[in-house]
Design a protein around this ligand. Structure first.
Ligand SMILES: [Zn+2]
Length: 659
């Protein structure tokens, strides 16, 4: 593990603008830098980098964080991997906390599984190149398929011998845990090798670690399936993986297009012929996670399928998802009896790419042309296919694009345009309803995951960055008093450590806390309560709580919140203004007080109104005859609350007027 001193050094040295600029073009705008967000599609830049605060924030999609988080998000790396990346960039030597046997014991399951797979991958490669059986059968097969050694090595191909348990025995000799071997399904329950007499394809994650294997049988044994795969595990979820993406990601980004093929060997073959922007979906329909993976690198997908009906069906299955992600999808059907592997061998890369350029069809128009062929035969079939197309079009978020498709479909299918428009609108409404339901469910689920599963490594940071709830958007729907509570949180983070009244020796946080203490139990958003409690503990220890304290807090929920708070569009605007208005505006301390007062009053008013409402409800529910004294008491409470509120409202009026 990377020791804490090194972690600190990396975080201090890494400059956000330098790190981001490797991937995003930035232009200076006042104190900040602005560029096109790498995490969502946009035409006007809303991705903002603040060199002074060493953070980034996108006002389009809400993503934000520090340098390490940027690298994690952008390159799909874990926290330690991102640190290594930055250490390399800044020539910082990594000091590891070295432990030997003990370390192996303590290591988390995930790390252990990676190590087992790494061992297995080495073993299979060893078998392929350095044993007679491997060379004649395994290497023989690959050579026969035309693969050269550099390709074989680039993809960590290997060979599993016919032996019943050679691999398992060697792994146990090397002290690998039998349970881990079984978890990964490298070893069967009876302690035999799972993969036997197969050529092995290692499956990598985005950082190049082996997460699983596909094994292809070589004998003609009809009883065994042609391909076997590793079990899904903590490190392998086949719905979230695309074969070859690790080797292809740079080329995909550069060429702004991703080819999707069906098989492992299609990927290898294209690579070997210089077409490197290719991944395989491994026969299954594309999943949303897989599409998101591609979207990190490009918006353009080209599917390469053999021209048979099964291929087309498989291809079109996941595609509505792709359209929804605002990606451009083209489809190319290869000539009969060809797959990408055989076709590139026949044509070479130039001929291959030329064919694609000439024959690629827009996915929706492709689907439409299929319909018009079918429809000649069967009008009922036509109706059902038409509904299918309308569903596809409805998923395209871009309205201009949508109407272009409708025009083209209308002429291709000879159906009136306004009928298509009204049908599409119906479909869109249906989708919106469905989406809302899903989002609600998803948000609740995420919240629960975040609460339950704070997996951290020993530096106290999460192993994988958990899916974040966008504090700007989703929470707003969930809590009534979100706006007021959030503003209190904003003041604490951005000004809690500053003077509210220097002569009286009162800091903003102290002033604020004294005033909200009574209503603190009515905070709706537990995250803000957490923030306030953290600040309180530090404050009572007489520790400083500057903005940077929250931004680099080890609790990721807190650091993310702090980043969101200090980089709201409002504060950004203020940063920009500052240069111009410095001479004319009030001294910062005065502004601080007003800002705090305003936020506090707003918050208290909201909470008081709420209490008043509860009190009124309570009184309404009581029977004034039956609960005589009690009733009067509650009425008095209500009266007190109302008085308090009116005073506050007056204060609020004067404070606002004075601004
Ligand atoms: Zn964005």
């Amino acid at each position: 593990m990377i020791n804490q001193h090194t972690v600190q050094q990396i975080i201090e040295r890494a400059q956000i603008e330098e790190v981001v600029e490797e991937f995003v073009g930035l232009k200076r705008r006042g104190a900040n830098m602005l560029g096109l967000c790498p995490f969502h599609n946009e035409k006007t830049p809303s991705f903002t980098v603040s060199p002074a605060k060493n953070i980034y924030k996108c006002f389009g999609c809400g993503k934000g964080g520090n340098t390490v988080q940027f690298v994690m998000e952008h390159e799909s790396l874990t926290f330690p991997e991102a640190l290594r990346y930055l250490a390399k960039k800044y020539n910082i030597e990594i000091e590891e906390t070295e432990t030997s046997d003990e370390y192996k014991e303590e290591r988390k399951l995930v790390d252990a599984l990676f190590l087992v797979n790494q061992f297995a991958s080495k073993y299979y490669q060893e078998q392929l190149f350095n044993t007679d059986e491997g060379r004649s059968i395994g290497l023989g097969y690959f050579k026969e398929r035309g693969f050269i050694e550099s390709t074989i090595k680039k993809f960590d191909l290997g060979y599993a011998s016919a032996s019943y348990d050679d691999f398992t025995k060697k792994a146990i000799d090397q002290q690998y845990n039998i349970e881990h071997l079984r978890t990964l399904r490298l070893t069967t329950e009876k302690d035999l090798d799972f993969f036997r007499s197969r050529v092995m394809f290692a499956i990598h994650n985005l950082s190049g670690k082996v997460i699983g294997f596909g094994g292809r049988i070589l004998s003609e044994n009809k009883k065994s399936p042609k391909y076997l795969n590793s079990a899904e595990s903590e490190i392998y979820n086949k719905r979230k993986v695309l074969y070859g993406l690790y080797q292809a990601k740079t080329a995909i980004r550069k060429l702004k297009n991703c080819f999707i093929v069906e098989g492992y060997t299609d990927v290898l073959s294209l690579h070997q012929n210089g077409v490197e922007n290719v991944v395989a979906s491994s026969g299954t329909a594309l999943t949303e996670s897989q599409i998101r993976l591609i979207k990190r690198y490009t918006e353009n997908i080209t599917l390469l399928y053999d021209g048979d009906a099964a291929g087309i069906k498989a291809a079109s299955k996941g595609l509505d998802l792709v359209l929804e992600q605002e990606m451009n999808v083209n489809i190319v059907l290869l000539p009969d009896n060809h797959d990408p592997d055989s076709f590139i061998k026949l044509k070479g890369s130039t001929g291959f790419l030329e064919f694609i350029e000439e024959n690629k069809k827009d996915f929706i128009l492709f689907k439409t042309s299929l319909i018009s062929k079918e429809a000649e035969k069967d009008p009922i079939q036509k109706a059902s296919l038409l509904r299918d197309i309308i569903q596809s079009i409805a998923r395209i978020p871009d309205t201009i694009k949508r109407s272009l498709y409708i025009k083209q479909c209308s002429s291709l299918l000879d159906i009136k345009e306004d009928i298509l428009v009204s049908e599409t609108n119906k479909a869109i409404n249906g989708l919106i309803k469905q989406k809302r339901l899903e989002q609600d469910r998803e948000a609740y689920r995420n919240q629960r995951i975040q609460q339950n599963q704070a997996q951290t490594d020993d530096t106290g940071f999460p192993i994988e960055s958990p899916k974040k709830i966008d504090h700007h958007q989703k929470r707003v729907d969930f809590y009534n008093d979100e706006f007021q509570e959030r503003d209190i949180a904003r003041i604490i983070v951005s000004a809690g450590d500053k003077w509210y009244d220097e002569k009286e020796n009162i800091k903003v946080f102290e002033f604020l806390y004294q005033n909200i203490e009574d209503v603190i139990d009515s905070l709706e958003n537990p995250l803000y309560l957490k923030l306030i409690n953290i600040a309180k503990v530090e404050f009572e220890k007489n520790n400083a709580i500057p903005e940077s304290y929250f931004i680099s807090h080890s609790d990721e929920e807190i650091s993310q919140l702090a980043i969101d708070l200090v980089s709201s569009p409002y504060t950004y605007a203020k940063w920009e203004e500052r240069k111009v208005s410095l001479q004319t505006s009030l001294p910062p301390e005065e502004n601080q007080r007003k800002d705090t007062m305003r936020s506090l009053l707003r918050f208290l008013l909201k909470k008081l109104n709420q209490k008043i409402k509860h009190q009124e409800d309570l009184i309404k529910s009581m029977d004034s005859q039956l609960n005589g004294e009690e009733y009067i008491l509650e009425l008095k409470v209500l009266n007190k609350l109302q008085q308090h509120r009116n005073e506050l409202a007056k204060d609020f009026g004067t404070t606002v007027l004075k601004m």
